[in-house]
Design a protein around this ligand. Structure first.
Ligand SMILES: Nc1ncnc2c1ncn2[C@@H]1O[C@H](COP(=O)(O)OP(=O)(O)O)[C@@H](O)[C@H]1O
Ligand SMILES: [Mg+2]
Length: 256
């Protein structure tokens, strides 16, 4: 996998005053954020605050209403669909449910992006798929169908599929939701290992505060459409801000 050679700009993603409206809803209301090349970033925030929308904007899957998103030195908000293709190739996306193809086995699922990218040499393809599956500890399960995998194994297969094209950045949307705590912790460590070993910029949307110190150098708390807090996990945990405390402690603010 490429580790960015002599990056001229330590900032991989630079977001300025980003707004997103969908219908009557003003979801993002001026998000400004820098994400360092090769770093692990956790994005936290209440349900419906626009975390998934933010990932889709960074990927160029939906248009911004206004503001700027610069990725690896390129402003992406003004690109045409055709110009977005090379941008999207830099970024792997791991959807919440993993979205594996039910009728393809693990090897075929993970090799799929390479087939789409035009890899023709079967033995090279097989070697690459096997190497990638080894790196997520799934080397033994090549010929299983998704329905025969545990939840944690499905996440590993989906992660292998997201990184096989050697993206510079991977976006994870709640990668540990629905997993038991032990499996969730192993996925968190795998995300961190992938980020460190390959120098992949990793942006992880999570609702799980336990994940934050494992996966993140930087935590971003989205609240009411803006970045309410950005700092290290330690800074987050030691913050005295009542809104942050309430979120971190999972306190609804209600009394019974
Ligand atoms: N395609 C869409 N059409 C209409 N509303 C949407 C769409 N996508 C997201 N939204 C709305 O935008 C808000 C933010 O959504 P989302 O980013 O999915 O939240 P979350 O922070 O939970 O990931 C929600 O109110 C959601 O209903
Ligand atoms: Mg979401």
């Amino acid at each position: 996998m490429p580790s960015p050679a002599e990056p001229s700009d330590p900032c991989f993603i630079r977001v300025r005053d980003l707004h997103k409206r969908i219908g009557q809803q003003h979801i993002l209301r001026g998000v400004t954020l820098d994400i360092q090349r090769g770093s692990g970033v956790a994005i936290i925030g209440g349900s419906g605050t626009g975390k998934s929308v933010f990932l889709k904007l960074v990927m160029g899957l939906i248009p911004a209403t206004s503001g700027s998103i610069e990725v690896d030195g390129t402003e992406i908000t003004t690109l045409s669909e055709r110009q977005l293709a090379p941008h999207r190739r830099k970024i792997g996306l791991l959807f919440q449910d993993g979205a594996l193809f039910d009728s393809l086995d693990v090897e075929e699922n993970v090799g799929f992006p390479l087939v789409v990218a035009g890899w023709k040499d079967r033995s090279k393809l097989r070697d690459k798929v096997r190497e990638t599956l080894e790196s997520v500890d799934l080397g033994e399960h090549l010929h299983k169908l998704p329905s025969d995998l545990s939840g944690g194994m499905r996440k590993r297969a989906a992660l292998a599929r997201a990184i096989i094209t050697e993206p510079q950045c991977v976006l994870y949307d709640e990668p540990t939701s629905g997993l038991d705590p032990v499996v969730a912790d192993s996925i968190d460590h795998l995300i961190r290992r992938t980020q460190r070993q390959h120098g992949i910029t990793s942006i992880v949307v999570t609702h799980d505060m336990k994940s934050v110190p494992v996966i993140a150098d930087q935590v971003v708390y989205l609240r009411e459409g803006v970045v309410y807090f950005s700092g290290t996990p330690d800074e987050l945990m030691s913050s005295r801000d009542p809104a942050i405390r309430q979120f971190v402690e999972g306190n609804s603010g209600e009394t019974s």
